[in-house]
Design a protein around this ligand. Structure first.
Ligand SMILES: [Zn+2]
Ligand SMILES: [Zn+2]
Length: 126
């Protein structure tokens, strides 16, 4: 199955998908490192679409001029399915759910950032 690669800007709320398609995951990360015109100080991530399977990748923190506060040397990919569950847990009234979020160390995905993906997390289903 072929995959497609785009970037999303999470400086907007809700986040927006940028129009450029990249040739690969690493090519997309390279482009983001060099700065995307119109989004130079934005919070950008790479989205990989492969059929119903979607991965959201948070770039290495040194390659991000703006946006997210998470710190990591490598790109951090996350399955959109996990992000959907994480979004559900954030919206739960059950303190145990919030303890589970904490235990999971989802440093890239605090609620304020994750919720900006809401249009994608609902749209990108089977
Ligand atoms: Zn932007
Ligand atoms: Zn991150």
């Amino acid at each position: 199955m072929s995959s497609s690669y785009t970037a999303m800007c999470l400086s907007h709320d809700p986040g927006i998908e940028l129009p450029t398609e990249y040739t690969g995951h690493d090519a997309a990360l390279d482009e983001l490192r060099q700065g995307v015109p119109g989004h130079r100080h934005c919070d950008l991530i790479v989205a990989t679409f492969s059929g119903a399977f979607t991965v959201m990748t948070c770039p290495p923190s040194k390659d991000r001029p703006g946006g997210a506060s998470c710190v990591h040397a490598a790109a951090e990919p996350m399955d959109a399915g996990v992000l959907r569950l994480l979004a559900a847990a954030h919206q739960s009234d059950d303190p145990a759910m919030h303890a589970a979020i904490k235990a999971g160390h989802f440093i890239c995905w605090p609620w304020d950032r994750l919720r900006r993906l809401r249009g994608f997390l609902t749209r990108l289903t089977l």
